[in-house]
Design a protein around this ligand. Structure first.
Ligand code: COS
Length: 379
């Protein structure tokens, strides 16, 4: 996608360097031990400098500010290779972004250099059993007590639960609804902070509950002002939603490449699969979905990098379209591969599983449609 007009020379060099490194990298994915694989990817990405894309320049980052196009390029390339590589990278960015975007200098110095060097694995602890799409319904409470807050509640579906060193926890400090939420940087080692029930998914990665029980956190670990939690969550998601679209592009791009290879080499009815017009129709639809997704993803990233304060409409549109499109592409790839497509160990079988959650996490497709519709109607 580097032929798109949204990139500068640094982006092109970054993408080429990452592609070259991935061709040599020997990190192995083990679906039976996703936690170990995730840790191995964080280590390898850090040692080779790729996690520097996740933090601002002052703290060891590649560019002065978080650059969304670089995050997207990284996720697209990593997802082409491995869902866990993409996951490990994405979580370092998502879990630390509230600190990078809204934390004070002390919090930034404390955490961000270690995010870049891989010593601090991060998590974004927003969702609860009854507050996934409806963030304003968060029930976890943070009560002020002297120079600390005492947090009580249970988070669920938290990526990196049990693996993270830092949890950015969203909790209620005030009134009901969006205005009563605040964000906190909680060290995993804090008394009263413990991982709960593990969640197993069709594309294994570290995921589970997080229990906060009488968990005392210094007031200085609050990110932003009291009551800013909802806006911090939304602004972070504004940045990262287009990167989810980019990961979808990575899976879809790989599915398309594998399908093209297969369609050219597989023979049936005395000719290559690619000679059948129905195959050609599928390949054309896949190619158009990949290209259209890329245009929306990199447009959203480019607008944010150009300094837009809010990019909710564009990033929601990018995530929604690119993840839905990638679902179609991976499904078509399975169909083209026939029985091989649903066979364990085949790449398209894995991509089909890997791509599914992207239409749900960081705001389901239906949420993205709400965001786009609201802004379009209000315009
Ligand atoms: N950036 C900054 N501020 C934002 C914002 C954004 N992108 N979006 C909304 N806000 C602000 C609004 O301006 C409003 O502020 P004021 O009260 O000062 O006017 C406040 O936040 C509340 O906004 P809104 O009324 O739109 O909130 P809703 O409760 O209606 O929620 C949706 C809106 C549904 C869009 C939101 O809850 C959402 O995105 N949910 C999905 C969350 C998600 O991704 N969950 C997955 C878990 S993370 S893996």
């Amino acid at each position: 996608m580097l032929e798109l007009p949204f990139f500068d020379e640094e982006h092109r060099a970054f993408a080429a360097g990452l592609d070259g490194w991935l061709a040599r990298a020997d990190v192995l994915d083990d679906e039976r031990d996703a936690d170990a694989s995730c840790r191995a990817w964080v280590r390898a990405l850090a040692e080779n400098g790729w996690l520097r894309a996740c933090v601002p320049g002052l703290f060891g980052g590649l560019r002065a500010a978080l650059d969304v196009r670089t995050l997207c390029l990284a996720r697209e390339r990593l997802a082409r290779r491995s869902a866990l590589a993409d996951f490990a990278f994405a979580m370092q960015g998502l879990g630390s972004a509230p600190v990078a975007l809204f934390g004070d200098a002390e919090l930034q110095r404390r955490y961000l250099p270690n995010v870049a060097n891989g010593r601090c694995i991060t998590a974004f602890a927003l969702s609860e059993q009854d507050a996934g799409s409806d963030v304003a319904a968060i029930a976890t409470r943070a009560r002020r007590d002297g120079d600390a807050y005492v947090i009580d509640g249970v988070k669920t579906w938290i990526s990196n639960a049990g693996v993270a060193d830092l949890y950015v926890v969203f909790a209620r400090t005030g009134e009901n609804g969006a205005r009563g939420l605040s964000a906190f940087a909680v060290d995993a080692a804090t008394r009263g902070c413990s991982p709960g029930k593990r969640v197993e998914t069709i594309s294994p990665h570290p995921l589970g509950a997080l229990h906060l029980t009488n968990c005392r956190v210094p007031a200085a670990r609050r990110i932003g002002a009291e009551g800013d939690g909802f806006k911090i969550a939304m602004a972070t998601l504004d940045v990262f939603r287009s990167t989810v679209g980019a990961a979808a592009l990575g899976f879809a791009g790989r599915a398309l490449a594998e399908s093209v290879e297969h369609a050219k080499s597989r023979k049936l009815f005395g000719a290559p699969l690619a000679a059948l017009q129905m195959t050609q129709a599928a390949i054309a639809a896949m190619a158009a979905d990949v290209d259209a997704g890329a245009l929306l993803v990199y447009r959203a990233a480019w607008i944010k990098d150009a300094g837009a304060a809010r990019v909710a409409r564009e990033s929601a549109m990018a995530k929604w379209f690119a993840t839905e499109a990638a679902g179609r592409v991976c499904d078509r790839a399975v169909q083209l591969f026939g029985a091989r497509g649903v066979t364990r160990g085949e790449i398209v079988e894995r991509l089909y599983r890997d791509v599914r959650a992207l239409r749900i996490y960081e705001g389901a497709s239906e949420i993205q449609q709400i965001v786009v519709a609201r802004q379009t109607l209000e315009a």
